[in-house]
Design a binder for this molecule. Structure first.
Ligand SMILES: [Zn+2]
Length: 430
């Protein structure tokens, strides 16, 4: 990346928050103007008499939220450029609803590369560093392409090793001596385990840093999850969680302080809202709502990510002043209500990970009659710990007592690997 652009980016990330907000207001109005080039926002804002000049950070919260349901089947109405300007078409992964078509212009691809370059810089990546991109670059996914172009833009070197095949990953590590790997935590753990099983020590390899995507490696209080702990233990390196949403064309990574991922002031505005869409008090958990800035092809405003997290605004040890988004604590769509208590499946799965030698386990939820969800935990019958002990352990931490059932490990593994990726949560509510 051009040194002047890098310096400008760093200046924005270290300036006084008030000065930064003034600059964001201008970017926000430009973004709203661009969003109104698409028929959805044009109609929506004209109907409520909103013009871009009326909008600022102070009243952004008055604008309607945009949900994934709004995008389903309506992608064209959000497109703000002509088809001739589109250079890349991606599809969302469709974990909730059907995949959505996301068009990128040349400018959007450059913006995405800059986004990742700045996120990586915050995570300690420097020009000249070699990183394995252990994420797919094809299949209409954007994350792999974003990581790749971010490394290249920063002046680092990308190794497009992709996911899977630990033997090949180890060959890349041995031959190319990369400084870090970008990948899904359970996959990075699998590589480490394979390396150990073949008589080598991952901690003695060239790998000094891991950047993760997908599964949570940290809890809301920044402590590592059991998966995060295993990963750190095997590789003996710092781990930086990254987060992004395809619809937003924007992503963040944890900085060196590992206390959340800094917002990119020139690329996004983040809000944490309650069930009514109102801002929650500082530091409290709520749904992350993001307005990306400067997107040309598919500019969204106040997009509901469905992810539960917290915003942190205090000073950060890394020296950057921009607010940080904490670890994702759950998915709104997966929120369980059990006798008045709110629980996220991830919390239960993390508690299960803490039980030594538990083996494969999954979670199944169904709707009960009294507006309460019924949780069933299925664990392998081969392990020594009995059902009652697991129930008591879960109850101590969750304040509710889920049903625990034992089944053969083989049957559990078969159920978990029915789909394209390993599934640990089965939602049977209608
Ligand atoms: Zn920081």
């Amino acid at each position: 990346m051009n040194q002047t652009i890098l310096n400008q980016g760093l200046a924005l990330r270290t300036m006084a928050p008030d000065t930064c907000r003034a600059q964001q207001n201008i970017l926000l109005q430009n973004h709203i103007r661009q969003a109104m080039q698409g028929s959805h926002y044009k109609k929506l804002y004209q109907d409520c008499g909103v013009t871009p000049e009326d909008i600022s950070l102070a009243n952004l919260g008055d604008l309607p939220l945009t949900s994934r349901a709004d995008l389903n089947g309506n992608s064209r109405q959000f497109q703000a450029v002509s088809d001739a300007q589109i250079r890349d078409l991606s599809l969302t992964s469709g974990t909730t609803g059907s995949p959505v078509r996301i068009p990128y212009t040349h400018h959007d691809l450059d913006r995405l590369a800059y986004n990742e370059a700045m996120a990586f810089y915050g995570a300690g990546v420097r020009p000249g560093d070699v990183y394995i991109v252990g994420v797919t670059l094809d299949r209409c996914f954007i994350a792999g392409l974003a990581y790749y172009s971010g490394l290249v833009t920063l002046g680092a070197t990308a190794v497009r090793s992709g996911p899977g095949q630990p033997a090949r990953q180890w060959e890349c590590i041995e031959q190319l001596k990369p400084k870090g790997i970008i990948g899904v935590p359970s996959f990075l753990l699998q590589i480490g385990q394979w390396v150990q099983e073949h008589g080598y020590n991952p901690a003695e390899s060239s790998i000094e840093s891991l950047i993760t995507i997908g599964e949570p490696i940290r809890r809301g209080d920044f402590e590592l999850t059991p998966l995060g702990r295993d990963l750190q233990q095997i590789w003996q390196t710092p781990i930086h969680a990254s987060y992004g949403a395809t619809e937003l064309e924007t992503g963040i990574s944890e900085c060196c302080a590992q206390r959340g991922g800094h917002i990119h002031p020139e690329l996004m505005i983040a809000e944490i809202v309650d069930e009514q869409g109102k801002l929650v008090p500082q530091g409290e958990a709520g749904e992350l709502v993001v307005t990306p800035l400067g997107v040309e092809g598919f500019p969204l405003v106040r997009f509901r990510t469905g992810d539960i997290t917290r915003m942190h605004t205090g000073p950060c040890d890394c020296g950057w002043t921009s607010p940080r988004i904490g670890p994702i604590e759950g998915r709104l769509a997966q929120r369980l209500k059990v006798k008045g208590t709110t629980i996220y499946p991830d919390t239960i799965l993390q508690l299960l990970q803490e039980i030594p030698n538990l083996g494969p386990a999954y979670l199944e939820v169904s709707a009960a009659y009294d507006l309460s969800d019924e949780i069933k935990v299925v664990v392998a019958e081969e392990n020594a710990i009995n059902v009652k002990e697991i129930m008591t352990l879960l109850q101590a931490r969750l304040r509710v007592r889920p049903e625990v059932e034992k089944q053969p490990a083989e049957a559990i593994m078969a159920r978990m690997s029915e789909g394209h990726k390993v599934k640990r949560f089965f939602d049977n509510r209608s």
